[in-house]
Design a protein around this ligand. Structure first.
Ligand code: NAP
Ligand code: G4F
Length: 357
């Protein structure tokens, strides 16, 4: 009987970790995820696929660990003996990285190095190949040196987070070249979903739209509305991660849609979905400005399309609308994707009034 493949994921409780776990389970993998111990449950995104580990059918296992704790990472690697590692764990919020630069760099930069070191020793000792995926970011392009950005576009990081991702990127290449590791960098542009963290701008907007409709929120405070991002759908992007590790040679890939849109365009589609005008609700709060901003990101996914045969399946408008609909549904409001007609403007106003009173 052929043994099923085992994958080890850091960041399994995050947006991408949850989608990648679903994807790998469908492919027949056994999944081992590293999660942080927290005082309240942090497994919402994976609860639906979690099975009692005592069950003989269980294929998803969780291990307590932290990217800042190299001993534990090493121990888990030795225990699990995976064929593939996906390093998705990170303090991934760019604005927060300005407030907590040391911790961000420790988890993102040093965390990757700790994993690579553990992997290098493991592979040397056992002779078993373990394929490694590093979750790189378009933030590394920062003050962009070329439009659109490709695999060989020079980096110009503009935050502690992006500097740490650049460090992790080059360490991954360095370990590939020095120790013959099968290690790939995915340079992923922004990807979103209903599982996106609530403080990233897309989810902040779609969640606010639903709360405004439900009368639970009156205003939405945002920062720079002129920034442009290449936004795709997270489910598509985890497929690209897996594809990278199935190739004959380890290489680095840009994963993007090849379209860029401003926050204003995102707002337009999100509020129009519920027949509202965003200008009536959005206010600027300078505390959401960043000490250094990344104004424009636009990726060139040609290499991923040709070599991985990867394509995004969701358009920008579909992405915004599916996120709005999911947040409406979560808050118990009728959404646009069912058989109901457009939302009733009067009902929204009524809800607002009841909130105010
Ligand atoms: P996310 O939702 O913020 O998830 C981050 C994950 O990392 C969570 O599981 C989090 O655990 C975990 N984590 C945080 N600090 C950790 C630490 N010290 N040790 C171990 N785990 C830690 O991020 P995502 O959107 O899924 O992104 C996945 C990866 O891709 C990240 O590395 C991110 O930087 C990178 N990336 C994301 C995008 C994007 O647009 N989403 C684009 C490019 C690159 P908790 O649940 O306990 O917080
Ligand atoms: O949604 P954001 O916080 O995402 P950002 O900074 O682009 O980073 C995300 O994508 C990266 C890939 O390029 C990942 F590596 C990273 O881990 C993360 O997932 O902000 C997007 C833009 C920024 O220009 C920001 O200044 O939206 C602008 N923005 C305007 N108002 C805001 C807000 N961002 C946030 N988070 N909150 C606001 O109120």
């Amino acid at each position: 009987m052929t043994q099923r493949k085992r994958a080890l994921l850091t960041g399994i409780t995050g947006q991408d970790g949850s989608y990648l776990s679903e994807f790998l389970l469908e492919k027949g993998y056994e999944i081992h995820g590293i999660m942080r111990r927290t005082s309240t449950f942090n497994t919402d995104r994976i609860d639906h696929i979690y099975e009692d580990p005592h069950s003989s059918d269980a294929r998803l296992f969780l291990h307590y660990g932290d990217l800042t704790d190299g001993t534990t990472l090493r121990r888990i690697l030795e225990e699990v003996c995976p064929q593939e590692i996906y390093n998705l764990g990170a303090q991934s919020h760019v604005r927060v990285s300005f407030d907590s630069p040391e911790y961000t760099v420790d988890s993102v930069g040093m965390g990757t190095l700790r994993l690579l070191e553990a992997l290098r020793d493991y592979q040397q000792r056992t002779g078993e190949e373990v394929r490694f995926y590093q979750a790189g970011s378009s933030e590394m392009f920062g003050l962009v040196q070329e439009v659109p950005q490709k695999e060989n576009t020079p980096f110009y990081p503009r935050s502690p987070y992006a500097c740490a991702k650049v460090y992790a990127h080059w360490q991954t290449i360095n370990y590939r070249e020095s120790y013959n590791l099968f290690a790939c960098n995915g340079i992923l542009f922004n990807h979103e979903s209903p599982r996106r963290g609530e403080t990233f701008v897309t989810r902040k907007v779609t969640r606010a739209v639903a709360r405004i409709v439900a009368g639970k929120q009156k205003k939405l405070y945002l920062g720079n509305l002129d920034a442009r991002r290449d936004w795709g759908y997270a489910k598509d992007y985890v497929r690209a991660m897996w594809l990278m590790l199935q190739q004959s040679e380890p290489e680095d890939y840009v994963v993007a849609t090849g379209e860029t849109h401003s926050i204003r365009e995102f707002l337009d589609i999100a509020f129009t979905r519920v027949n509202l005008n965003w200008q009536d609700y959005v206010e600027i709060d300078p505390r959401y400005f960043r000490p250094a901003e990344v104004e424009l990101l636009l990726g060139d996914p040609t290499k991923a399309k040709t070599k991985l045969n990867w394509e995004p399946s969701v358009t920008f408008k579909q992405l915004v609308e599916l996120m709005v609909d999911a947040d409406l549904e979560a808050i118990g409001q009728p959404c646009q994707n069912g058989n109901g007609g457009p939302l009733d403007h009067a009902m929204i106003r009524a809800n607002m009034t009841s909130f105010v009173s």
